[in-house]
Every structure is written in structure tokens, then in C-alpha cells.
Design a protein around this ligand. Structure first.
Ligand code: HEC
Length: 121
């Protein structure tokens, strides 16, 4: 009984959101597909699983990084806003699907990720 109770969260299927995200993950697609060279910030995005939901070029569950860059192109405070959203997560800007919080990401890392995304236009 104890084993069953404890075992369910670990052996059960992942939450639907994650399952969908992983099934169509951008990780599976080669970098060549989006023509964005590898660099330290891209590596950071991959390490923190951003590419499980976001592609650079096309929308999946989440907006593509290029869509985000275009959306905020004329907003001077975009980098601060995106830096906060990367750490705190949230929903409602692009639809109902939530962006999970990333409390393990530092302010400096989030700032680097936001700047990297915003220059991807
Ligand atoms: C589980 C899927 C998932 C993961 C993993 C994920 N995101 Fe998101 N992200 C989303 C969704 C969904 C949205 C749209 C949220 C909304 O509509 O407000 C989003 C939105 C964003 C936005 C735009 C925010 C806005 O307010 O316009 C940025 C920037 C972003 N994500 C960056 C990242 C970075 C960087 C990572 C990795 C640290 C990451 N995301 C990981 C799903 C994800």
C-alpha cells in the first residue's frame, strides 16, 4: 500500500502538459533547423529545458522565441518583463497554457536569456 502510494507520482505518466511538450520537443530537432548558432545562452536555455516547450522559429505549446522577440520589439521595458516572467512563470499573455516558474535560474541568467530571446528577430 505504502509502495503504491509513494510509487504513483514517480512511475505514473508525466502531467499532460509536459507529455505534450516532450512529444513535440524542439530538443529533438537539430539546431540547423532554425539557423541560430550555439552559444552559451542557448546552452543555458537547453540546460533549463526551455526548448521542451519553445522553438526558436515556430510556435508549439508555447510561443516561438522569434514570435516573442517580434511581439516586444518596440517595448523598451521588455527585457525586464521577460526576465521576471522567466523566473516567476505565468499565463495569459499568449493563451491559457502556463509558463512554469524557474526558481533555480538567477536574475543574471534570466537577464541573459531575455536578451538572447529578444535579439532573435
Ligand atoms: C512547460 C512549457 C514551458 C517551458 C519548459 C518554458 N516555457 Fe516559456 N512559456 C511557456 C508558455 C505556455 C508561455 C506563454 C505564457 C503566457 O501566455 O503568458 C511562455 C512564455 C515565455 C516567454 C514570453 C513571456 C511573455 O510574457 O510574453 C518567455 C520570454 C519565455 N517563455 C521564456 C522561457 C525560458 C527562457 C524558458 C527556460 C528557462 C522557458 N520559457 C521554459 C511554456 C514554457
Amino acid at each position: 500500500m505504502v509502495k503504491v502510494l509513494l510509487g504513483i507520482p514517480r512511475i505514473g505518466p508525466p502531467p499532460a502538459l509536459l507529455r505534450v511538450a516532450l512529444a513535440v520537443s524542439c530538443i529533438a530537432r537539430a539546431h540547423a533547423a532554425d539557423n541560430v548558432p550555439s552559444d552559451a545562452t542557448r546552452a543555458l536555455a537547453e540546460q533549463h529545458n526551455c526548448m521542451a516547450c519553445h522553438c526558436v522559429t515556430h510556435r508549439m505549446l508555447a510561443p516561438s522565441f522569434r514570435q516573442i522577440a517580434a511581439h516586444y520589439a518596440h517595448q523598451p521595458d521588455a527585457s525586464v518583463r521577460l526576465q521576471r516572467k522567466i523566473i516567476d512563470g505565468g499565463a495569459g499573455t499568449w493563451g491559457n497554457a502556463p509558463m512554469p516558474a524557474n526558481t533555480q535560474i538567477t536574475d543574471a541568467q534570466a537577464a541573459a536569456l531575455a536578451a538572447w530571446i529578444l535579439q532573435l528577430r
